[in-house]
Write a protein that binds this ligand. Sequence first.
Ligand SMILES: Cc1ncc(COP(=O)(O)OP(=O)(O)O)c(N)n1
Ligand SMILES: Cc1nc(C(=O)O)sc1CCOP(=O)(O)O
Ligand SMILES: [Mg+2]
Length: 207
Amino acid sequence: MKLRGLYAITDSQLLAGKFLAYVEAALDGGVTLLQYRDKSSDEARRLREAEKLRELCSRYKTQLIINDDAELAARLGVGVHLGQTDGPLTPARALLGSKAIIGATCHSHIELAEQAAKEGASYVAFGRFFNSSTKPGAPAATVEMLADARKRLHLPICVIGGVTLENAEPLVGHGADLLAVVHGLFGADSTQEVTRRARAFNALFKI
Ligand SMILES: Cc1ncc(COP(=O)(O)OP(=O)(O)O)c(N)n1
Ligand SMILES: Cc1nc(C(=O)O)sc1CCOP(=O)(O)O
Ligand SMILES: [Mg+2]
């Protein structure tokens, strides 16, 4: 499967009271990867919500990724995204198997991405490219490093952090394969607008 297009990421606060409706609206517009990102420690709710997302994703033929938690990903038979402090990639690959999608946060460091590739990552994520209300303190990355990363890396590159329809085009132009978006997608006033935004993000890959 080609990892290219919109990578939608959920946010439990932003989506409170409209979680499944907004996720389904995004899937309807086209989503390559959907990440379940819930930073709470309510394990029962996380399992329940992740199971619902797995069902929805299977209906829309979208791949589900769990943030942070390789054990939960293994339990559901889906992929995982791991940051630099979320545990090593090699055991996660052994746990999830060769076909699972495993992503790695690399901030703005191409060396971290090269290491992640060696350890079996399916894609690498760089960010934050713009101001992010979801994660304001994330370290910054630049379009120049993205262009350099594109020349040096041979696996899909994901970009994240404040990505919107207004600023995403240069990221795709400089080699991004996946646009990872929370607020720029789900911070919409209606399900119709979520679907429109998802379609518009995907259209950036067809230019
Ligand atoms: C696609 C994608 N890229 C980066 C991140 C950030 O991961 P991490 O640094 O572990 O931070 P948290 O999201 O866990 O707060 C991500 N989740 N997804
Ligand atoms: C979860 C996350 N990680 C980032 C990083 O740079 O590693 S930025 C970020 C938040 C992404 O949300 P939004 O699209 O609303 O900015
Ligand atoms: Mg993490």
